[in-house]
Write a protein of this length. Structure first.
Length: 261
């Protein structure tokens, strides 16, 4: 079967010196609590990173308009062209496009991500539909935004009905928002959710089923591509399909805080 670039990570509880790249044809099977995904056909191991002080905070949901400035539709993807996404298959997991869907399927302890190759986005509003076939408890899935190599912002939905945000920089994970409960995040399979991300400058906001969830502020990555991921945290497989990707322009200038006279 033809391989394309795949991003598959296993983060073991090993020191950095013991973490070795493996060939993309064989996935590692050790549990992986933390990971990240460079757009290459190799598997890279990363050790868990220390949790530093959080640098962003959720934005109040009382603001009436949380996604201003959304303009024209600039991209639609019906997942009919597998050449523009990372795909691969192994005994431990697969990323495959079929019937207008990108399916990520992983065995216990495996993290798998797929990036789209041909876009670079700065300010945008993107939406994608995720459908859960196998997912339970703390298993997770979600969307990567402004991804460049092994760095990205990662919006994580867990199958226990929680959502959180992370920044991953060269394989080092920094929590930007601790898990919060969401009535829009499906509690296991079967389930379906429309994931939306509004990004302008350092302000990036998560929407589920069109409803605002939270906002993070971070200046690390001004632009990059989009991706999706799935991760098994327990002793059961995870299978998630993604479809119907749309991207809109956003024409909006963030307000500047003016000091009181």
């Amino acid at each position: 079967m033809k391989f394309f670039r795949a991003v598959i990570f296993l983060c073991g509880l090993l020191p950095l010196g013991a973490c070795l790249p493996l060939d993309a044809s064989a996935f590692a099977a050790t549990p992986s609590p933390m990971d990240d995904s460079p757009p290459t056909p190799t598997i890279v191991w990363f050790p868990p990173s220390a949790t530093p002080t959080l640098i962003t905070f959720p934005t109040s949901t009382t603001t009436p308009e949380m996604s201003p400035g959304i303009g024209s539709l600039t991209l639609t993807d019906d997942f009919s062209d597998e050449s523009i996404w990372d795909t691969a298959v192994s005994d431990q997991g697969s990323a495959a496009i079929s019937r207008n869907r990108l399916t990520l399927a992983v065995q216990p302890g495996i993290y798998l991500a797929s990036l789209r190759h041909d876009i670079t986005l700065g300010n945008f509003y993107a939406e994608i539909t995720a459908r859960l076939s196998l997912c339970r408890a703390e298993d997770s899935y979600g969307i990567l935004v402004r991804a460049v190599g092994s760095s990205s912002y990662r919006f994580v939905l867990s199958c226990n009905g929680q959502a959180r945000a992370e920044r991953v920089n060269a394989g080092v994970r920094l929590p930007l928002l601790e898990p919060v409960a969401s009535g829009d995040a499906p509690r296991g399979a079967p389930g379906e959710v429309r994931i939306g991300v509004w990004a302008v400058g350092s302000d990036i906001r998560l929407f589920l089923n069109g409803r605002f969830q939270f906002s993070i502020r971070d200046k690390s990555f001004p632009s990059g591509t989009l991706g999706v991921f799935a991760r098994s945290e327990g002793d059961t497989p995870v299978s998630v399909t993604f479809s119907d990707l749309t991207v809109h322009d956003v024409d909006y200038i963030l307000p500047t805080n003016t000091p009181n006279p």
